[in-house]
Design a protein around this ligand. Structure first.
Ligand SMILES: Nc1nc2c(c(=O)[nH]1)N[C@H]1C(S)=C(S)[C@@H](COP(=O)(O)OP(=O)(O)OC[C@H]3O[C@@H](n4cnc5c(=O)[nH]c(N)nc54)[C@H](O)[C@@H]3O)O[C@H]1N2
Ligand SMILES: Nc1nc2c(c(=O)[nH]1)N[C@H]1C(S)=C(S)[C@@H](COP(=O)(O)OP(=O)(O)OC[C@H]3O[C@@H](n4cnc5c(=O)[nH]c(N)nc54)[C@H](O)[C@@H]3O)O[C@H]1N2
Ligand SMILES: [Mo]
Length: 773
């Protein structure tokens, strides 16, 4: 029977408000959450734990529907304590869905896994820290520990965490960025000498054109929709490149505009909407550059190229050698459409390009982002008001984490300054990223896993491999707010350390503490919680990290490599976070007068050299990249794809409107018309019919990889959908078992979760779904 999907004609509007209210009511703390929402992103309020988009702290509501879900999800009345864990064994919990696990409430006391009973049991905080210290100090090599970080940790927490890890002796800092915007950091660093975007929020007012590549802001950065809506209404031309027709990028109604809220009225967002094939953006952008060069368009900024750039001649030649046939075939777009987009680019005095996971999670992501940068350099579209590059970050402080040194490959200058201050040597060899960390755990070269937030088990690729790797850790330490699958990957010993969330008051010896975060525009500002802690046994992340460090490093000389290090008073830093900021000020460039500058409501901007046309690259210029287009998108991802007898489709794994990464808030995806289910497969009707699949039929999905291992998920419902032929889409994390651990981006090591070659078969009867077992 055909599946009836009701895709709305516009995004935002009244249903957004309804949904906000529904989630607030469900939190069981309605009054508090209404108060919470009024404090989101306000002066003296807390930073929204949703996404990393910036705001101007200008009064009015600064939250969106999905920010409200994130706040209400954290600020719930339900708790998970010793009674809960006495009731369920780990084996029983592992059979539950991700939604069920997190829905049980907030983790409320520290717990230790008992392998004999298969239950988590209470442990005192002191004993937990002692266990960590004893385990770490019993290892023969500091590189046997993996220090994972997810992007919600504050600047203060992540700074202390990296300091602890480095003084202990390792650069093993895998983080969520490795699975997210890593390719952006790599490409931007190579080309312009800084791994961050060059624009600020006000640039969106001054742009004549905005290009949005591979991003779904209606769901994942809803506050960005206000900037896009305002720009569109001012006549700015927005050009979207997205594999799917995402409704918010077509028509958006601001919940803050009475007419758009209450009538069918909405603002048309995209001037042009292109639907390239998965992984085909590099070809499309190359086509734009080719048209601009071939037509010798006026926008070519010869002066900028001569003064500020290197390797233009190589690039020009590479573009001339790329033929239109390959461009059209690989992008799936017509030459005419590409020329239309190129014309918007070339005729606009100021252009911003934004991008997110649709660009970064492919095999050739680094080259694709280099091509976006090439186009901007060609037309001098960087370092002036209204123009520049904007990788739109995901987690609310993921950019700040990197600034604070959460990086498995720290820059030499960063280590130099830390060493100078500390008076000791720190490790310099590159540590492990996420994929390397999992592999090291799997072969038992690494023995301990510590996670500052996040849900590595469900976020990482190749679930079977990841579960096995995490289960081999001698000790698995999870610092978390909610129960999730990472707590269930237990071998010998594991700890759940419950922490405060953003919304909660953080009281320490020296009073109520604020923390700081950095948004996607490099604005650093303060955040203060307002609710009482969900349980007196929850500690702040900073407290937990400081006490781990204190317990571990007190008995040994700091760092197994270090000699006469300045001693760090971890507990004093924990008592007064302004002392951590003083330490940051002394050891990281750009944080002068840190404590004073965060008293300003909107905070302060970290200097971006590239935005000032100061290029910290090898050549001291902005560098063009002359890579040729990949030979083939599918075959580059899997050699098996060439010999398959069944049609090979390319799968992207993406987010629904009701989830935050591995946190599932509900079963709907309103903007795509999906209700009550997540095991759906968006498929072109012609592709489906060619294989005899009817709308609503259940199929199994098997990925084609290089190692020949069977990776399969079961019972996905085919939904006939507007998507380019040859491409399919399904939700993450349900499709993570399909992404092979070795399938990573060139130069970025990011799992290629937006290009997974797969084959489909009618649903079979014998299935063992790896996700819940
Ligand atoms: N509510 C909510 N907010 C979030 C998150 C969340 O899960 N929920 N996650 C946060 C995090 S960590 C991140 S990184 C961001 C993620 O934000 P997004 O990057 O918007 O996240 P995805 O859902 O992965 O969406 C990818 C988009 O790219 C498109 N796409 C996929 N492949 C291609 C391609 O090859 N070419 C083109 N042109 N388009 C493509 C997809 O159709 C989809 O619209 O959001 C952050 N904000
Ligand atoms: N197939 C596929 N895989 C992907 C992606 C994809 O698009 N497709 N996207 C990738 C991306 S972009 C990312 S960023 C990663 C996400 O990877 P992670 O950042 O590791 O995962 P999250 O789901 O954001 O983590 C959710 C958990 O964080 C904890 N938490 C929430 N708030 C706090 C807090 O304030 N403090 C602490 N300590 N813990 C907290 C809760 O316990 C919750 O269960 O997944 C990646 N994996
Ligand atoms: Mo992300």
């Amino acid at each position: 029977m055909p599946v009836h999907i009701e895709k709305p004609t516009k995004a935002g509007g009244f249903p957004s408000l309804q949904s906000t209210l529904k989630h607030v009511l469900r939190s069981q703390k309605t009054q508090q959450n209404i108060k919470n929402l009024l404090r989101v992103n306000q002066t003296d309020g807390f930073d929204c734990p949703g996404c990393a988009w910036g705001d101007n702290k200008a009064g009015a509501f600064q939250f969106c529907e999905n920010g409200a879900k994130a706040v209400a999800w954290e600020s719930t009345g339900k708790i998970v304590d010793r009674n809960f864990f006495a009731e369920y064994s780990v084996r029983q919990l592992a059979k539950q869905t991700d939604y069920w696990l997190e829905y049980q409430g907030r983790l409320a006391e520290p717990m230790r896994y008992n392998a004999a009973t298969d239950h988590y049991e209470p442990i005192s905080w002191d004993d937990a820290f002692q266990l960590i210290a004893d385990t770490l100090n019993g290892l023969s090599d500091p590189n046997q520990v993996e220090f994972y970080t997810s992007g919600r940790a504050s600047n203060e927490a992540s700074y202390l965490y990296q300091l602890f890890g480095r003084l202990y002796g390792t650069n093993n800092f895998p983080d969520c960025s490795n699975m997210c915007h890593e390719a952006s950091g790599v490409a931007l660093n190579q080309a312009i000498g800084v791994g961050k975007g060059t624009v600020v929020l006000s640039d969106f007012d001054a742009a004549e054109a905005i290009f949005v590549f591979g991003q779904n802001p209606g769901t994942n950065h809803p506050r960005m929709m206000n900037a896009l809506r305002k720009a569109a209404r001012q006549g700015c031309k927005i050009v979207t490149f997205n594999n799917l027709k995402e409704v918010a990028l077509e028509r958006f109604a601001s919940p803050q505009s009475p007419t758009e809220l209450l009538t069918p009225a909405a603002t048309t967002i995209s001037h042009q909407y292109l639907t390239p094939l998965l992984g085909g953006d590099m070809a499309a952008i190359r086509g734009m550059a080719k048209h601009i060069l071939e037509s010798n368009a006026k926008c070519i900024d010869r002066e900028f190229i001569a003064t500020h750039s290197a390797f233009f001649a190589d690039y020009e030649q590479s573009v001339r050698h790329t033929d239109w046939q390959q461009i059209e075939a690989q992008s799936g777009l017509s030459k005419a459409d590409i020329i239309q987009a190129a014309t918007v680019f070339s005729q606009s005095k100021t252009v911003i390009s934004c991008w997110a996971m649709g660009i970064t999670q492919h095999k050739h992501s680094v080259d694709t982002i280099r091509e976006i940068i090439n186009l901007h350099l060609l037309c001098g579209q960087i370092g002036k008001a209204g123009a520049g590059l904007c990788p739109v970050r995901g987690h609310s402080n993921v950019q700040g984490n990197r600034t604070m040194g959460i990086n498995e490959k720290p820059k030499a200058e960063f280590i130099d300054r830390l060493e100078q201050y500390l008076g000791c040597q720190l490790p310099r060899a590159a540590g492990h990223n996420v994929v390397e960390a999992l592999k090291a755990l799997e072969c038992e070269q690494s023995k301990v896993l510590i996670c500052l937030g996040g849900n590595l088990a469900a976020a990482a690729p190749d679930s079977a491999f990841t579960y096995s790797a995490m289960g081999k850790a001698r000790l698995n330490v999870q610092i978390s707010t909610k129960l999730n699958r990472s707590h269930l990957q237990v071998g010998n010993d594991a700890l759940i350390l419950p922490c405060l969330g953003r919304t909660e008051l953080d009281k320490q010896k020296h009073g109520i503490q604020k923390i700081t975060v950095e948004d996607t525009f490099s604005m650093v500002h303060a955040s203060t919680g307002m609710n009482d802690a969900v349980s007196p046994l929850c500690l702040s992340e900073i407290d937990i990290v400081a006490r781990m460090a204190h317990a571990t490093l007190a008995v040994k000389p700091p760092s197994m490599n270090a000699t006469s290090a300045k001693s760090i008073d971890w507990l004093a830093l924990r008592d007064d976070y302004s002392l951590i900021r003083d330490l940051i000020e002394q050891t990281i460039a750009g944080f002068e007068d840190y404590n004073q500058k965060i008293n300003v409501p909107a905070g302060f901007h970290l200097t971006n050299n590239a935005a000032q046309l100061d290029w910290h690259t090898q050549s001291h210029k902005a560098e063009f990249n002359a890579s040729a287009l990949p030979d083939s998108i599918i075959a580059d991802c899997s050699s098996q794809a060439l010999t398959s007898t069944l049609p090979v489709l390319l799968l992207q794994s993406l987010r629904s409107h009701d989830q935050y990464n591995t946190t599932i808030y509900g079963m709907d995806d309103r903007y795509r018309g999906i209700k009550g289910k997540r095991n759906v497969l968006f498929m072109n009707g012609d592709d489906a019919k060619a294989q005899g699949f009817s709308d609503g039929q259940l199929v199994d999905i098997q990925s084609l990889t290089n190692d020949g291992k069977l990776r399969k998920v079961y019972d996905f419902m085919v939904i006939y959908y507007e998507i380019p032929k040859g491409n399919i889409a399904a939700y993450y994390p349900e499709t993570n078992p399909l992404v092979a651990i070795d399938s990573v981006g060139v130069g970025s090591y990011t799992p290629t979760s937006k290009s997974v070659p797969v084959i489909l078969t009618p649903a079979s009867s014998n299935k063992i779904n790896i996700l819940q077992r």
